[in-house]
Design a protein around this ligand. Structure first.
Ligand code: SRM
Ligand code: SF4
Length: 564
């Protein structure tokens, strides 16, 4: 390791395979973990947070609590596993469950003294949080449709296998959170070996998504590695079109940071997929930037190398030549909402969860309703990349009872929601996210209501337009592929990005910057009106934006003046 590496690199290297001093930190009487150990904590799926609302109310310096993110490959859970999250959120958290844009669940508001109990309760249900955060391969996403055909089953199976294969080998997680007796281990050097990650793990987070052909519900081009299934003529999984080098995060003040879509790399048969994915991860391990974390994502390496050089290096490591990628079918995202056939005798029901926040409010008792349904009917659960939930394996005979609970708890059926609302997503932002510049999740219901009204007034109330909002430019709700991305820039001011496409194959562009929250809809209104008046044959907003020069006509930014 050279002297120039970032501080986080040094912390990882000295962490004794992700142990750091976490055990001692957990045992002391302080409400928080120290600065260096916070970095190690992330690998265990936990973030230390400071609730800015409570801090202000109490006039305190910091109000510490912790966010625990489970690792849930492809978003698939058994009833008991979902119910364990529900219970832990009441016992140790803030009583809400936050479904994430990567098909996991976050528990917020856990205090330090309860972390071990919360993680141990999850472990009792075979749920881990290791690798849900940190410089490692994160939760692997997969199209959540619970189909019974062979190829669909195979992609979920592969997702689970890849997820297990790409976990760290370190026993630190079990020692610290589960097997209490080893917490005070004095082992200087851990005998275990990390064959893929080594002592320094990856330069940065690494993300993989698996898509079904024609259905881009996982936003496959936004991943470091995207795998698009290729079925054979008998509907079994033959292999994957591999795409590489996607990512969303950027920084308003650093022009060298940018969102990027993955490029097609190769066709890989199923039996070689694991080796190819592992070799790509190893390339990022070896060549990713370990000095500058803002430049450490795989997308920058791919951008600088180009896809051909990546392919050459990959083939050199594998020792064989890869087939070129085939044509990628046109894709549309399927949200998988509403009642759907799972098989001849089973159904699944997709429910839209606004911003993924499962909670009880005076109007909608989403949390109670879901608990009642899942408990009574022992449904399976699949979390979706759009922060929604699918209840699976429902028998015809149980549909009536489920409908009764939905009615009693006032949970809206997807059919009653506008397309704009269904496609919308916002990140948590304030008060928990330490990187938030503006509000997102909390103001988003109102923003969506206003867009719905405007679209309705323009006669566009049924349009499929995706709106995604974040409280900073990191891109956690993948705003840069949305039709309309709203990104926090400075206090109460947002940048509006327009022109992504619903299929997730085109990045949007900065349309207006530094727009006040209450001016978001007026800023986009003229463009929407222009679309309504000039679209051809009912074309989609995204197709209209690609066909015409409406963007150039309506865009105005002051970006040159404000950037430093
Ligand atoms: Fe994210 C950091 C929340 C998906 C890009 N993200 C964070 C942190 C942990 C803030 C922090 O570092 O202190 C946020 C915690 C907020 C809170 O209070 O809960 C956070 N990210 C989320 C979630 C919960 C948003 C959501 O609305 O669901 C998503 C959790 C996913 C999961 O289950 O694993 C989430 N984050 C994403 C995505 C979307 C995706 O992966 O498909 C992205 C863009 C894709 C990408 O990675 O390029 C994303 N998050 C970031 C970044 C920018 C990374 C970069 O390349 O620059 C950060 C900041 C960082 O890493 O330095 C970040
Ligand atoms: Fe926080 Fe920014 Fe991610 Fe929103 S986009 S959760 S504000 S890091």
């Amino acid at each position: 390791m050279t002297a120039k590496v970032s501080r986080v690199e040094q912390i990882k290297e000295n962490s004794r395979n992700l142990r750091g001093d976490l055990s001692a930190q957990l045992d002391n009487q302080l409400p928080h973990i120290d600065k260096d150990n916070i970095q190690i904590l992330k690998f265990h799926g936990i973030y230390q947070q400071d609730d800015r609302d409570i801090r202000k109310q109490k006039g305190m310096d910091k109000e510490y609590s912790f966010m625990v993110r489970s690792r849930i490959a492809g978003g698939g859970l058994f009833a008991s596993q979902y119910l364990a999250h529900d219970k832990i959120s009441d016992t140790y958290g803030n009583s809400t469950l936050r479904l994430t844009t990567r098909q996991t669940i976050q528990l917020h508001g856990v205090i330090k003294g309860d972390l071990r109990k919360a993680l141990s309760n999850l472990n009792d249900q075979m749920i881990t949080a290791i690798g849900a955060c940190g410089d490692i391969v994160r939760n692997i996403m997969c199209c959540p449709a619970p189909a019974t055909d062979t190829a669909h089953q195979q992609i979920m199976e592969l997702t689970r296998q890849l997820s297990d294969h790409l976990l760290p080998r370190s026993r630190a997680y079990h020692e610290i959170w589960i097997d209490g007796e080893k917490q005070i281990s004095t082992h200087e050097v851990d005998p275990e070996h990390e064959p893929l990650y080594g002592k320094n793990y990856l330069p940065r987070k690494f993300k993989i998504g698996v898509a079904w052909p024609g259905d881009n519900c996982v936003d496959v081009f936004t991943h470091d590695i995207g795998l698009i299934a290729v079925p054979d003529s008998l509907d079994r999984l033959a292999g994957f079109t591999v795409v590489a080098g996607g990512g969303m995060g950027m920084n308003h003040k650093k022009k060298e940071t940018f969102p990027r879509l993955a490029d097609p790399l190769a066709y890989v048969p199923l039996e070689k997929t694991r080796d190819v994915v592992t070799a790509i991860v190893a390339i990022q391990r070896d060549y990713g930037d370990r000095e500058n974390r803002k430049h450490a994502r795989f997308k920058y390496l791919v951008d600088e190398w180009g896809i051909s050089k990546l392919c050459e290096e990959l083939e050199r490591r594998l020792g064989y030549t890869l087939d070129p990628p085939g044509e990628i079918d046109e894709m549309r995202p399927n949200l998988h909402l509403g009642w759907n056939r799972q098989s001849d005798d089973l159904w699944y029901l997709g429910l839209s969860v606004q911003n993924g926040r499962i909670a009880d409010t005076p109007d909608v008792q989403m949390k109670t309703g879901l608990r009642e349904i899942i408990k009574a009917y022992q449904t399976g659960v699949r979390l979706t990349p759009n922060q929604d939930i699918l209840l699976t394996h429902i028998r015809e005979a149980d549909r009536h009872g489920i409908e009764e609970i939905i009615k009693k708890r006032n949970i809206p059926h997807a059919g009653t929601l506008t397309a704009v609302r269904k496609y919308s997503m916002a990140c948590p932002a304030l008060p928990t996210c330490g990187l938030a510049i503006t509000e997102a999740e909390r103001v988003f219901p109102d923003v969506i209501r206003k867009f719905e009204k405007e679209l309705d007034d323009l006669g566009l109330g049924r349009e499929e337009i995706s709106i995604r909002m974040t409280g900073c430019p990191n891109g956690c709700s993948r705003p840069y592929v949305a039709d309309i991305g709203i990104v926090g820039h400075s206090l109460n001011k947002y940048d509006i990005f327009i022109g992504g496409d619903i299929a997730g194959r085109r990045l949007n562009r900065l349309y207006k910057d530094l727009v006040e929250l209450d001016q978001l809809v007026p800023a986009v209104q003229p463009l929407l009106k222009h679309f309504g008046e000039n679209r051809i044959n009912g074309e989609l907003f995204s197709d209209f934006m690609a066909r015409t020069n409406a963007f150039e006509e309506f865009t105005t930014t002051s970006v040159e003046e404000v950037e430093v």
